[in-house]
Design a protein around this ligand. Structure first.
Ligand SMILES: Nc1ncnc2c1ncn2[C@@H]1O[C@H](COP(=O)(O)OP(=O)(O)OP(=O)(O)O)[C@@H](O)[C@H]1O
Length: 241
């Protein structure tokens, strides 16, 4: 399998503080790779580096064979930020159709994306009147509408009910099967088992770059929450217990 994202010795500071320490990892093309770690561990910072909007101190980030953020990647990378980036005074459908038009796509692609995120019933509602979880899904519809080669999704399932979360994860795998690579962050370890690969991050350190099965095996437990704690402890014995 080829590599969609290749990161070597990435170091990033925000303000005066180093928040990513010597990150080296890779994301296989066509995978759903989870970026899992507690709040504040550096997930958003890492994603910002992948999409090329984060100043870095040293290291390299190569995306689909090009430097992160470079021109050839412009229409190949989709990014869902934590703050919904949709227009409050347009309906769900109008937002999706607008974003589709930016990629030269028509109403059909837009309507499909709206259905994919479970918003078909709410398609005629103004985004400004939706619940937080619905608004996040409207934003997700706009991020996936062009089916980019790489989708970087920052906590896309936060605030969603279990049924919808399940549907969204199925949708992510369907997108991967259709050829996209997905990098998906979450601070909820029970989502880790849904990924093909995991990047586990703690306080800016990468503590695992493995499949969920390999994480379970190397930590000696089937419970991924417990596995994360054991890996933290192995990485830095003073941090846990
Ligand atoms: N604009 C900023 N200026 C200074 N420090 C920042 C800034 N943004 C984030 N940080 C710090 O960088 C560290 C990593 O933050 P980041 O947002 O990448 O974490 P995260 O894992 O995505 O957290 P969350 O799950 O809460 O979104 C945190 O300590 C945070 O306080």
């Amino acid at each position: 399998m080829s590599t969609a994202i290749e990161v070597e010795h990435l170091v990033i500071a925000r303000g005066k503080r180093r928040v990513l320490h010597d990150f080296t990892c890779s994301v296989p093309a066509g995978s759903v790779t989870g970026l899992l770690g507690p709040s504040g561990s550096g997930k958003t910072t890492f994603m910002r580096a992948v999409v090329g909007v984060q100043k870095i101190i040293s290291g390299t980030v190569t995306v689909l064979g090009h430097p992160a953020g470079s021109r050839p990647l412009r229409d190949k990378v989709g990014y869902l930020t934590q703050a919904p980036s949709v227009y409050a005074d347009l309906t769900v459908q109008e937002n999706a159709r607008y974003f589709a038009s930016l990629y030269g796509l028509g109403a059909r692609a837009a309507d499909e994306a709206v259905s994919d995120v479970g918003l078909r019933e709410a398609k005629d509602q103004l985004v400004g009147r939706l619940s937080g979880g619905q608004r996040a899904r409207a934003s997700l519809a706009c991020a996936i509408v062009s089916k980019p080669q790489l989708l970087v999704l920052d906590e896309p399932t936060v605030g969603q009910d279990p049924v919808l979360r399940n549907e969204l994860w199925q949708r992510f795998h369907a997108l991967a099967r259709a050829g996209s690579t997905l990098l998906v962050s979450s601070h909820v370890m029970d989502e880790a088992g849904r990924c093909d690969r995991l990047l586990l991050i703690r306080e800016g350190h990468l503590i695992a770059d493995q499949t969920p099965a390999a994480v379970r095996q190397s930590a000696g437990t089937d419970d991924l929450d417990e596995a994360f704690l054991r890996l933290v402890q192995a990485h830095d014995p003073e941090k846990v217990g």
